[in-house]
Design a binder for this molecule. Structure first.
Ligand SMILES: NC(=O)c1ccc[n+]([C@@H]2O[C@H](COP(=O)([O-])OP(=O)(O)OC[C@H]3O[C@@H](n4cnc5c(N)ncnc54)[C@H](OP(=O)(O)O)[C@@H]3O)[C@@H](O)[C@H]2O)c1
Length: 257
């Protein structure tokens, strides 16, 4: 029996993962962007322990999400699942002056990783599109580049793998991994997405709780419960550290050693 916190679990793969974990007898804490979504989410999965609330596009609200999680006690696993998709038609600027995709997909998982009391396992949702991510980490806020929603998303999914591998390298004793779920028909994936929705939530739950030795590894990248080779630049410790430095500078939140 494990206790798991899942970001962005009001819908899509986050909710599906939560439902599966509850069916397996685990204790799950959900997360929704606001109190109305939280009520709807608790109604969708009444067996969940509770729902934490906060808009992860806001640094202040993300910090409050971490506070709420820590008040609930310790967790065996955290699944960083919430994200914005690849279709934002223009650069949306958050209250912190960041692009919305970067704030939600890169900065929020960084803050939550740094501030939530260290769990035994951490899982980061990436995407096959991370392979198109810009390893130079130039202009992360898109202040100077002409906007491309797809490139911005690919960059942040590359960052999610960097985060997973940086934590695996820095935090001995924590299992930290990333995965791609396939292109599946959720709200983000769109109704014509071609891959198997029934497989898309299973790897993150397996990495979060399974006693299978294949799931008890760290610093790996998965697709459907099998290791897959990520973009080689994700293994570069100097690029990982460059991203951590950027996140620390922008948020004022340091990553505990
Ligand atoms: N679907 C795919 O084909 C696909 C492919 C590759 C990778 N992925 C990855 O899989 C993960 C889950 O994707 P999905 O397809 O399940 O997406 P989804 O259906 O769009 O669900 C996203 C979840 O994140 C929440 N969320 C969005 N913005 C938020 C914000 N500002 N603050 C708090 N919560 C917010 C959503 O809340 P609301 O319900 O309130 O909107 C929802 O619960 C993502 O990391 C994504 O990058 C998905």
């Amino acid at each position: 029996m494990a206790r798991i916190f899942i970001t962005g679990s009001s819908d899509g793969l986050g909710l599906m993962a939560a439902e599966l974990l509850v069916q397996q007898g685990h204790v799950v804490v959900l997360h929704a962007r606001n109190s109305q979504r939280a009520d709807e989410t608790q109604n969708k999965l009444p067996a969940a322990e509770s729902v934490v609330v906060g808009d992860l596009a806001s640094i202040a609200q993300t910090r409050r999400v971490a506070d709420q999680v820590n008040k609930l006690g310790s967790f065996d696993a955290v699944i960083h699942n919430a994200a914005a998709g690849y279709r934002e038609p223009k650069r949306i600027v958050t209250e912190d002056g960041l692009s919305h995709v970067l704030a939600l997909n890169t900065i929020a998982p960084y803050i939550l990783t740094a501030l939530i009391a260290r769990p035994k396992r951490i899982v980061y949702l990436s995407s096959a599109l991370h392979g198109d991510g810009d390893a130079s980490l130039k202009d992360l806020t898109w202040a100077h580049r002409p906007w491309s929603g797809r490139q911005a998303y690919s960059d942040t999914k590359f960052h999610d793998v960097l985060l997973a591998f940086a934590i695996a390298r820095r935090w001995q004793g924590v299992l930290s991994n990333a995965l791609e779920p396939g292109w599946v028909p959720t709200k983000m994936g769109g109704s014509s997405a071609p891959d198997d929705l029934d497989q898309a939530h299973r790897t993150q739950t397996w990495l979060a709780v399974s006693s299978d030795p294949a799931a008890q590894v760290s610093g790996e990248y998965f697709y459907h419960m099998k290791k897959r080779d990520p973009l080689p630049a994700t293994r570069d410790a100097s690029i990982q550290d460059q991203l951590l430095d950027f996140c620390s500078r922008v948020t004022g939140v340091g990553l505990p050693s």
